[in-house]
Structures are given as C-alpha cells and as structure tokens.
Design a protein around this ligand. Structure first.
Ligand SMILES: [Zn+2]
Length: 300
C-alpha cells in the first residue's frame, strides 16, 4: 500500500474507495475496507504485520467502503455511525449492493475493467453465507465519537451529506483528516444518496480543523485547499439542476442536458460508469428540487 508517512497507509489505485490504516503504539486502526476480496485479504495481512488491528472504522454505508469488512472478521471491533448501521448492505429497489460488489469479479454480472479482481472469485461467499455475518456489528454511535488508541486520537466527526451516516476521521497528532467521500479528489462526485446542503455544511466543519493533509474517499491524497474545489463541484451541480427546474425542463430533459463529464474522469477502474453517474446525479437532484416540502402548517 502507499505509505503517507511512517504511520499512515492508504491505497488510491485500487478499484473502490481509498482503504487506509494508521499504526499506533497500541495496534492498528483500519479506516474503510477494500471492495475487492484479494485486496481486502492483502490489506489485512499488511496491517497486521504492524500490530493487532484494534478497530475497523467505516466512513459510510456504500459498498466500496464496507464490503471488505467480511474479510476482517476477528480483526478488531467494527465502528460506524448509526446511519451506516441502518443501511449496511441493505437491498433497495434501485440498488442491490451484493450484486453491485459482484460486478468486480468474473461472473454473469462482471463489467470487465483492468482493475477487476479475477482471483477474488475463489474468495467470494454466496449470498446467504455473506449475509449470515457480513462483519457489521461492533460499536454504533450517533453524533461524534472519540477513540484513544496508543498515542493517537481518532475523532470520528459526523459529517453528513454524501450519505446520512458519513463520518470524517480526524487525527490531530498527524494533522490529518480522512474525509471518506465528502471529498472526491480529482474524480467524479457521486450525488445520488446525498443532501447537498448538508454536504456543504460538512465541508465547512472539516475546513475548521487544524490539518495539513486530507485523505479523500477517492482520488489522490490532497490538502485543505481541495475543500473549495469540492464545494464548487456541489454548487455547480445544484445550480445547474435548479436552473433546469426553473426553465421547466422535465426530468428526462434535465438528465440529457445537465452533464459535468468533461470536468474530470471517474475514479480508477470505473470509467465505464461515467454516464451512469451523470444520469443519476442529475436525476436525483431533479427529484429532490421538485419534491413537495412538508406542510409547515401541518402541526404535530
Ligand atoms: Zn466511495
């Protein structure tokens, strides 16, 4: 894995999120697990070569941050926000997360990219085996949570927006924050399960931290200046779709005409998903901006 300094390891070149771990004087803390089975197994053994794993933190409920938990059974305590717990590998009408994860190994659903995981097939559990124990439960919290491990402090800050249970992991001793998908560094932002206003507020909260380094959910390690770029991406999307709604464009017309594909590539291994992201970003924002708001006079 890529070494950020003596104690911080991450990996920005695998399909999926940037799974990371931090080495303390009293064991290792993992932040997000790899989606690809062989990478999950490899990361676990690399992390354990530095000491026992004490905690496995998930920054959100999306597959690319939690699926690999299955391969970390018995390695420390899983910790995540209530919002992650409530949505952990839940099958929704619009998305079956187990099938989605399976796209990255060979089989009937495989999409085939150069960053897929053919050896992962041998490690793949059937659906019933997986769901019997996906390594979901450990510590679940609302608000913020602080863990002290050896000489490090891990502040898990609730930073909703990309997802409801989103957290950022702030380590003051390293002047570093792991933002999860509150930051997509140099790659396309996924908006479909998001609340853009909450997301922008969370960027402001992260901006208040005393840090030199930002480890994003996707894309290269960056610094605080990228918070401005992420805010600009969110505002551009929301403004463009709000303008479309104001012009009376239908959902279909909005999807056809509002598009930020030229802005940057999709994260590694998922280039084939560019249209999918553009369409769902525009469509989900159109849905939110045209939804009737709750009646303020309804009482209750
Ligand atoms: Zn992600």
């Amino acid at each position: 894995m890529q070494q950020v300094n003596d104690r911080i390891f991450t990996e920005t070149r695998w399909r999926g999120c940037n799974p990371s771990f931090v080495v303390t004087t009293d064991g290792v803390v993992v932040i997000d697990t790899p989606q690809l089975p062989t990478k999950a197994v490899a990361m676990r053994s690399e992390a354990e070569s530095h000491g026992p794993i004490r905690y496995v933190i998930n920054t959100e409920h999306h597959v690319d941050h939690i699926f690999g938990n299955y391969y970390f059974k018995g390695a420390g305590t899983v910790v995540h926000h209530q919002g992650v717990h409530d949505r952990f590998m839940v099958v929704y009408p619009e998305l079956d997360p187990f099938a989605y994860a399976f796209e990255s190994v060979p089989g009937p659903n495989a999409k085939g990219t150069d960053l897929d995981d053919p050896e992962g097939l041998a490690l793949w559990p059937d659906r019933a085996t997986y769901y019997a124990d996906p390594n979901k439960n450990g510590v679940c919290f609302t608000g913020d949570l602080t863990l002290w491990v050896g000489n490090h402090t891990f502040h898990l800050l609730h930073t909703p927006g990309h997802t409801p249970g989103q957290v950022a992991v702030y380590i003051p001793e390293e002047r570093t924050v792991f933002t999860g998908d509150t930051i997509f560094s140099g790659c396309q932002t996924w908006l479909m399960t998001s609340d853009v206003d909450e997301w922008i507020a969370s960027l402001g909260r992260i901006g208040g931290l005393d840090i030199d380094r930002v480890v994003p959910g996707h894309g290269p390690v960056t610094d605080k200046s990228y918070l401005h770029m992420q805010r600009s991406v969110l505002l551009d999307w929301k403004t463009a779709v709000a303008a479309a709604v104001a012009k009376g464009w239908s959902r279909e017309e909005t999807i056809k005409r509002v598009n930020f594909a030229e802005r940057c590539p999709v994260d590694v291994g998922q280039g084939y998903m560019m249209d999918y992201i553009q369409n769902l970003n525009a469509g989900s924002l159109w849905d939110k901006l045209t939804a009737p708001q709750p009646d303020p006079l309804a009482g209750g």
